[in-house]
Design a binder for this molecule. Sequence first.
Ligand SMILES: Nc1ncnc2c1ncn2[C@@H]1O[C@H](COP(=O)(O)OP(=O)(O)OP(=O)(O)O)[C@@H](O)[C@H]1O
Length: 283
Amino acid sequence: MIEFSLQKKLHAANGNMHLDVHYKLREGAFIGVYGPSGSGKTSLLRMLAGFLTPDAGYIKVGNDYWFQHATGSSMPPQKRSIGFVFQDYALFPNMTVKENLYYALDKQTQPAIADELLALVELEQFAHRKIQTLSGGQKQRVALARALVRKPQLLLLDEPLSALDTDLRERLQSLIYSLHKQFNLTTILVSHDIGEIARMADEILFIKEGKIARHGKTADVFSATNTGNKIAATVIHTTPETLQILIGKDIITIPVTLAQGALPEKGSTVYLDFESLHISPEK
Ligand SMILES: Nc1ncnc2c1ncn2[C@@H]1O[C@H](COP(=O)(O)OP(=O)(O)OP(=O)(O)O)[C@@H](O)[C@H]1O
């Protein structure tokens, strides 16, 4: 069980914002963190990792406290059992792929894990290539492998795929999900992409102005109660021609011409009215 209660005064664009979140996650959970820009998602991950000191609260992992304000104790980031991947890779560009992984090893870990991970992310043939010669997707696979060399308990992912194109994103989502299962990780993923979160997370934290506004299963967080002939859905993505919506865990793309009225915003709830729905068999 990982439990945290974290408070921190942050300096937002329009004045101070008090971040205050309390949550318990079971081991093996995949949590998706979603919320508007500036709501405190990255700050939350940085506090869990030990890069940002909370003003008050605690982080309890099993029986250990990684942070406890009351006793003044704070474990340094390198002692916390975490792996993290951020959008900008944070790899050493002049080192090779293998050197980046070896750098992250600690004394207790056998170097063989680095080779095993390179095989899992299908980068064995790139082991001796310099990071700067790799594509974005390849860099992110190195970052993932590096995050896992110490076999962390907690994997923190902050928008790891947002710089990649849709096709690559979907492939890396599958890779992340299978590594999460295989390594028995507890994973927290921050993403602006509701579809990405719906595909991978079992639980969602919806953060607004530093507080948990909603949490729970995907369908509960993203869809309000369905009433009568109406089914609630969440808008994931809009293009001039299509509207992508999420109903429960299903993502549906519909032509804009079928949606009446002004195009709803991404993240907003819409209702599909089935009162006049007529289903006819194909002729
Ligand atoms: N070390 C800090 N001290 C004080 N305020 C901070 C600190 N780091 C970030 N902030 C402020 O806290 C607010 C929340 O930032 P944060 O990066 O956590 O939001 P976010 O939800 O991850 O946003 P985005 O989705 O745009 O990445 C911002 O207004 C930011 O300027």
